[in-house]
Design a protein around this ligand. Structure first.
Ligand code: NAP
Length: 311
């Protein structure tokens, strides 16, 4: 059975765009399908300061614009659509969308991860009314107001640094006794005069009528509870991998797709890159690297299918 495409990439973040660029440059017939807008998590980065080759900080959306432009220049076809299913028969995948199906020899999953929720009373009810998962998007609505940031990883620290430019009444609440974020970032947060950190503390409820008015906090050691007036709650407590399209590929205990160093999942011809993949370090530069490796190895895999193996 012949396929219409060599490579279909699902997801247009940094990993997917880089895979598309490398795939197109390897002369593969590449289709990238993205659900919303290309860019993924990078879109919401305020100042991107750790991508090699950019000595001055660059806005996330500007960085992504450049990436997309470069990818299109090499001949990738990009479609905005939702992939509803994947199947695989005789070495050919069928990728289903509401607009029609595409057949392809290889698929790269670059579907990323979604925000994890705290799953506490008031979170769902007050989402968009003071509860937010994006500081760049919603922070400016809470200039000079009382803001709480929940979490202690890189995302929470990054976003707290951004929000601390908008208010001096910022409280960070972390369930452990120290921040999980990279040392340099954690130290910057700890030195920031506008940020008060409450360690070993959980947010257990968000209260308000129509908007956030207060939060209930609980100390881990004593279970002592306090209600604190608050105008906004920004939640950054990790992410959930979007791996539903991965057929029966092996996942780790967190649901992330397990790959080898060629980005191959346990399903032949199916690759995983970026935040959906089990990796010790989720960074833009890592996502881009994953994408390049996957496209290169997908090209070699197609050569093998065609009987031109040279690995
Ligand atoms: P993360 O590193 O998994 O950290 C999640 C944080 O949320 C942890 O501090 C965790 O606490 C806390 N947490 C998880 N579930 C919780 C719950 N139910 N209640 C309260 N707290 C909870 O996630 P992330 O910060 O979103 O980062 C995701 C990945 O992206 C990481 O690999 C990170 O390095 C990367 N990233 C990098 C940058 C950067 O380099 N500037 C920026 C953003 C993200 P514990 O510490 O107690 O587990």
């Amino acid at each position: 059975m012949n396929a219409d495409r060599d490579l279909v990439i699902i997801g247009g973040g940094a990993a997917g765009l880089t895979a598309a660029q490398y795939g197109a440059r390897a002369n593969l017939k590449v289709l990238l399908i993205e659900e919303m807008a290309t860019g993924g998590q990078a879109l919401i980065i305020d100042d991107l300061e750790n991508y090699p080759g950019f000595p001055e900080p660059i806005k996330g959306f500007q960085f992504v614009e450049r990436m997309e432009k470069q990818t299109i220049r090499f001949g990738t076809e990009i479609k905005l659509s939702t992939v509803t299913g994947i199947s695989r028969t005789n070495n050919v995948f069928t990728v289903e969308t509401p607009e029609g199906n595409y057949t392809t020899y290889t698929v790269i999953l670059a579907t990323g991860a979604k925000h994890r929720h705290l799953e506490i009373p008031g979170e769902k009810e007050l989402a968009g009314r003071g509860v937010s998962y994006c500081a760049t998007c919603d922070g400016p609505f809470f200039k000079n107001r009382r803001i709480l940031v929940a979490g202690g990883g890189d995302a929470a620290c990054d976003e707290a640094m951004f929000l601390s430019k908008l208010t001096d009444k910022l409280t960070m609440v972390h369930r452990r006794d120290r921040l999980r974020a990279q040392k340099a970032l954690a130290e910057r947060v700890e030195r920031n005069k506008n940020i008060e950190i409450r360690f070993s503390t959980k947010v257990i409820e968000i209260k308000g009528t129509g908007k956030v008015e207060s939060v209930v906090l609980e100390k881990a050691d004593t279970s002592e509870r306090t209600e604190v007036p608050m105008d906004a709650v920004f939640i950054f407590v990790g992410s959930i991998p979007q791996a539903a399209l991965a057929l029966d590929a092996v996942k780790d205990e967190g649901g992330y797709l397990v790959t080898n160093d060629r980005m191959e999942t346990s399903v032949p011809g199916l690759y995983a890159v970026g935040d959906v993949r089990a990796t010790p370090f989720r960074q833009l530069v890592v996502a881009a690297s994953d994408g390049a490796i996957a496209a290169h190895c997908a090209s070699q895999y197609i050569d093998i299918l065609r009987g031109e193996a040279y690995i």
